[in-house]
Design a protein around this ligand. Structure first.
Ligand code: ZN
Length: 474
């Protein structure tokens, strides 16, 4: 027998043997007793968490880390979602800017969280938006796509509790991106348990390696807590639990403020100058500084947004949380407020938030009245207005502004006409003075827009404006 023939025969016997083995295997499977049930695929337990923190930028988690460290001491599992990679922040370390800085800050965030023991971290591809206007941030973040991904992550991580920025606008840093993370987290809280919201995420795979359907299940988180991006905390007091940041962590024996500070310092592009300024300070001096208002204050306070499992507003975050799934709960939508047929009202983020609170069952959330904003000297204040004419005839209105001395109307005052059944956007622009009047420092100034038609008032719009040397653009 030639070598070639022997090799061919050997190959033939090998293949025959293989085929017989496969047949035998199939026969053995066919003859398995029917009572041995094969388990259907279950959700991946490695990604189930107790707390999902949703914030805007790498380093924003610092608003909650003093609490997260405490919750993790108690065995709670935590995941974090960032809206952006912080690509328009400062860089105190190197020359990198823009998307390159975003790539650095993503790593800094992962390092900061891994110090705490948090490995589950996601980024939502939103773009940094330097303004106080949440609507600009939502637009720049591709609101719909970002929400879809956050709902997906909520269904994947199945949090009991969601922590996020309070969706509202206040005198403070008032970053539109911070607000956007709170808006999205609230929307996702209300949608992730809804079987008709993004149903493609809930469909079972129709064939092996199906690349389109997520095969997730709806998930209703139980509680939603907020922290505010505002300077003054008085309007939030008593609306949620408070946790001391001076207590020592059982796990690593450091005070919770210290754990939060160490996490923040891992964001070196944002904190190198601060780290330098803290060098050489005694522990006591450091604690005194870090537990003041500008830093972590003496305790970390939350505002309870929602609880679907009862409990008291100021009770522990995990009060009444059992770990058992609960049924989907559609938010209770408040009644539409009665409005006159012909009216002028403040628009922009202010009217959005009034509608948002009503639509998400959050009418108990604090908000300043009259509305307020802090702006930089020598910039322009824009007052967005809705002019609504629900009557059956066209109307004429005239807008005038009552301003502090030194403030001047740039545009938008005067006479306008509005068609029957029309709702139109208008805006009044005011030039702000170049310096802050010494006696009125840090005192918000009240401004009023009067709207008149045919010699009769159809409403006043009020806004309190605080001038600052530096503030985010409106
Ligand atoms: Zn931020």
């Amino acid at each position: 027998m030639g070598l070639a023939l022997r090799l061919r025969l050997a190959w033939l016997f090998f293949c025959l043997g293989l085929a017989m083995q496969i047949c035998a295997g199939a026969a053995a499977q066919d003859s398995k007793p029917a009572q041995t049930a094969a388990p259907l695929r279950a959700p991946d337990e490695r990604y189930k968490v107790d707390i999902l923190l949703v914030v805007a930028h790498p380093d924003d988690e610092g608003a909650a880390t003093a609490y997260l460290a405490r919750a993790m001491d108690e065995g709670k599992r935590v995941a974090v979602v960032y809206g952006t990679r912080g690509s328009s922040g400062s860089n105190e370390v190197g020359a990198e800017q823009a998307a390159a800085l975003g790539a650095i800050r993503e790593i800094e965030a992962r390092r900061a969280l891994s110090q705490l023991g948090i490995a589950e971290v996601w980024f939502l591809d939103g773009k940094d938006t330097a303004s106080q206007n949440v609507l600009q941030s939502l637009s720049n973040w591709n609101h719909g796509e970002t929400l879809q991904q956050l709902v997906r992550l909520m269904r994947l991580t199945r949090p009991e509790v969601v922590l996020t920025f309070l969706p509202g606008t206040f005198i403070g840093e008032d970053h539109g991106d911070h607000q956007a993370s709170g808006v999205l987290a609230t929307e996702a809280f209300d949608l992730s348990g809804d079987p008709v919201a993004f149903p493609e995420q809930l469909a079972g795979a129709t064939k092996r390696l199906e690349p389109l359907l997520d095969n997730l299940r709806p998930w209703q988180p139980k509680k939603l807590y907020y922290f505010a991006d505002a300077d003054k905390e008085d309007i939030f007091k008593g609306l949620g639990p408070a946790y001391s940041v001076k207590e020592l962590s059982k796990a690593n024996k450091h005070a919770y403020w210290r754990i939060a500070l160490d996490g923040y310092l891992a964001h070196e592009t944002q904190s190198r100058a601060m780290a330098e300024s803290l060098k050489g300070m005694s522990d006591a001096a450091l604690e005194k500084l870090m537990t003041t208002e500008g830093y972590w204050s003496d305790s970390l306070r939350f505002v309870r947004g929602k609880s679907l499992v009862g409990g008291s507003a100021t009770g522990d975050v995990f009060e009444n949380v059992s770990g058992e799934p609960i049924a989907f709960s559609r938010p209770e939508v408040g009644p539409e407020p009665q409005k006159p047929d012909f009216s002028v009202e403040l628009g922009g983020p202010w009217s959005f938030y009034a509608d948002f609170r009503r639509a998400h069952g959050l009418t108990h959330l604090p908000h300043p009245e009259p509305p307020e904003i802090a702006l930089q000297v020598a910039t322009t204040l824009v007052i967005p207005l809705w002019v609504r004419n629900q009557t059956s005839s066209p109307r004429e209105i005239s807008l005038t502004a009552e301003l502090p001395s030194g403030w001047t109307v740039q545009s938008g005052a005067g006479k306008f006409s509005i068609a029957a059944k029309q709702t139109a956007a208008a805006r009044l622009e005011v030039s702000l003075p170049a310096s802050i009047d010494g006696t009125k420092k840090n005192e918000p100034q009240e401004i009023t827009v009067h709207a008149e038609s045919g010699g009769r008032s159809i409403g006043d719009v009020k806004l309190r404006v605080e001038l600052r040397k530096r503030a985010l653009p409106q």
